[in-house]
Design a protein. Structure first.
Length: 212
């Protein structure tokens, strides 16, 4: 009987530690490769974004060692279905069975802004993002819809973290921020200042871990 009790206590302790050491790691993709930087007008935003989404990443900027270590230790790895994210996952988690999750894709941008001023693509993307954020123009997915998608992703990551102990999601700058916000609403603890760099990683743990 005493041996059985010891085994039960040990099993409970293992289970308790597992549920109180859950981790979710959000990673931004690597630096994009050959993307045109030639000036465009507001009418060309959609065309430029489609080219950007089709591009992969450069091999000139490797992932930081600490992010590679996080990927190696993750129990499960998910990735956006966009090319730059998939190539990042292939580099970062080559030995893992990576799951492609289309809901990790980047937040949409307006296809066009009715201005013919030639500016850099980066400038137009920034302006389009502001317009999207403030609901000033239509896009394929409104900010409200994108927040709902981020909530679904946060719930899914929580389930996977409970199953695997840790889960890594390789995605995109803006959408990762929205997922991070949803995770904090659900009691996960993580950074409030979001890192912007390519390959940047943000780690979240469940609130109960402070009492374990």
């Amino acid at each position: 009987m005493s041996t059985l009790v010891i085994r039960l206590v040990s099993s409970f302790h293992t289970w308790w530690r597992a549920i109180n050491e859950m981790r979710i790691i959000l990673v931004r993709h690597g630096r994009p490769g050959d993307v045109s930087a030639a000036p465009i007008t507001g009418h060309d935003i959609g065309r430029w974004v489609r080219g950007y989404d089709a591009a992969g990443i450069t091999r000139e900027l490797p992932p930081p060692a600490i992010v590679s270590e996080m990927a190696s230790s993750a129990g499960c790895v998910l990735v956006s279905n966009l090319q730059r994210a998939k190539e990042s996952a292939a580099w970062l988690a080559a030995s893992k069975d990576v799951r492609v999750d289309p809901e990790l894709r980047e937040a949409a941008l307006p296809d066009s802004l009715a201005l013919s001023i030639p500016l850099s693509p980066r400038t137009w993307v920034a302006l389009a993002r502001v317009a999207w954020w403030l609901n000033w123009c239509a896009s394929g997915e409104s900010i409200a819809m994108t927040r709902q998608r981020a909530g679904r992703v946060a719930d899914r990551l929580g389930v996977l973290a409970a199953e695997y102990g840790s889960v890594m999601a390789i995605g995109h700058g803006m959408f990762n921020r929205l997922v991070a916000s949803q995770l904090r609403r659900r009691g996960w603890r993580g950074p409030k200042v979001w890192p912007r760099a390519y390959w940047a990683a943000a780690e979240f743990d469940n609130a109960d871990s402070s009492s374990s």
